[in-house]
Design a protein around this ligand. Structure first.
Ligand SMILES: NC(=O)c1ccc[n+]([C@@H]2O[C@H](COP(=O)([O-])OP(=O)(O)OC[C@H]3O[C@@H](n4cnc5c(N)ncnc54)[C@H](OP(=O)(O)O)[C@@H]3O)[C@@H](O)[C@H]2O)c1
Length: 345
């Protein structure tokens, strides 16, 4: 049994980790932290977990965390980078769901996150945990930086086009929409039902923290610099991301082979489903599941490839992908604990 600790257990990604790990046959959660709810039984806060956990939330305690085999950080940015070095020294393995170890350029990180990075060594050693790209490196990693939600949907959708050099990498567009759980569980007026219900808006159009992460991943896939326009939107639903991606094919004749190319690229990927050409993947088809579903489109004679990519932001975009990474790190079946189909309707 893998002894698991979770730092930041009262947030949405923390409770999603608990939900997934509740039926994982090889993992046992031995510690779950919350500073504000220390002492409260987990099931009192999350009644869906009644009967699954006897645990109470507790204050983060370095010695308890050091007794775990693996610790998930489900905390805001700036927390893991301060606690991880001590855990690394104890030999604990970590999957960090926050952005602390995702970017390799720490000046860029400091610009976007508004504070200096405090763990340059580990930022360099951390493996960016997108299994479809870095499975072998994840296997041996002590520290995995779990990708962001938008970056997961966007990178998976663009990967085959960039890896095969079929599109103009300078003109990529990602028009993405997310449900409200993407903003976490803290109370904010702008996230009240009365503010976001029956409404729909773009935000961060002049720059969003996920942009440098998307750019870093797509640059690696293309093997050269990329130009990405990324505009996120907030939609009045709880879970889910749909990313509509646009790229300009260098040779329009390549349209004929794109579907086969996408199917081949993801054939052995348990959590990527390439749907028939012209399909419209729905966020509800991945709600609660660790899948990314995607489909390709072409409008008449245009040379623009359109890819629609959907994930559940809390699962493939956070806790599910984190458990997928844990499975890889501990040489388990990668799909263990992650096989339940999506909830529908
Ligand atoms: N929501 C998503 O869809 C999503 C997707 C991908 C990645 N992420 C990332 O995952 C992380 C967690 O997101 P979330 O949405 O679950 O956040 P959240 O709902 O705001 O929860 C944050 C958790 O962190 C704890 N925490 C806050 N400050 C802490 C500190 N200084 N030390 C220890 N614990 C602290 C909080 O509990 P206490 O304050 O009681 O300790 C709470 O349990 C974030 O970095 C987020 O960007 C989120």
């Amino acid at each position: 049994m893998i002894k698991v600790g979770i730092v930041g257990g009262t947030g949405y990604t923390g409770v999603e980790l608990l939900r997934i790990l509740a039926t994982h046959p090889e993992a046992e959660v031995i510690c779950i932290t919350s500073r504000s709810e220390a002492g409260m039984p987990v099931a009192d806060m999350y009644p869906n977990l009644r009967g699954h956990y006897e645990l109470e939330f507790s204050e983060p305690d370095a010695s308890v965390l050091a007794s775990c085999d693996l610790v998930f950080f489900a905390t805001p940015h700036g927390v893991a980078m301060r606690m991880v070095p001590e855990l690394m020294a104890s030999g604990v393995r970590v999957v960090d769901l926050s952005a602390d170890f995702r970017l390799k350029d720490l000046d860029t990180w400091a610009n976007w996150y508004g504070m200096p990075h405090e763990s340059a060594d580990w930022a360099e050693k951390a493996v960016y945990g997108l299994p479809e790209v870095a499975r072998e490196a994840i296997r041996d990693a002590q520290l995995v930086a779990n990708p962001g939600c938008y970056p997961t949907a966007v990178q998976l959708g663009f990967l085959p086009l960039l890896e095969h050099g079929l599109v103009n990498p300078a003109r990529l567009i990602a028009d993405a929409k997310s449900g409200a759980s993407g903003a976490g569980r803290q109370g904010k007026i702008g996230m009240l039902h009365g503010e976001i219900g029956e409404s729909f808006k773009a935000y961060g159009a002049s720059g969003h923290r996920h942009l440098p992460e998307i750019r870093q991943g797509l640059t690696a896939a293309a093997g050269k610099g990329v130009g990405v326009t990324f505009v996120p939107h907030l939609i009045p639903m709880i879970r889910g991301i749909e990313a509509t991606l646009y790229a300009e094919l260098d040779n329009p004749q390549d349209f004929d082979r794109l579907q086969a190319l996408y199917e081949a690229r993801f054939k052995n990927e348990p959590f990527v489903d390439v749907m028939p050409f012209g399909s419209h993947p729905e966020t509800r088809s991945v709600r609660g599941a660790n899948h990314c579903r995607m489909a390709l489109h072409r409008q008449e004679d245009s040379n623009i490839v359109i890819v629609s990519s959907v994930i559940d932001n809390l699962v493939k975009g956070a806790a599910g992908q984190a458990v997928q990474n844990m499975n890889i790190m501990f040489s388990l079946d990668e799909t263990m604990g992650l096989n339940a189909p999506a909830l529908l309707p």
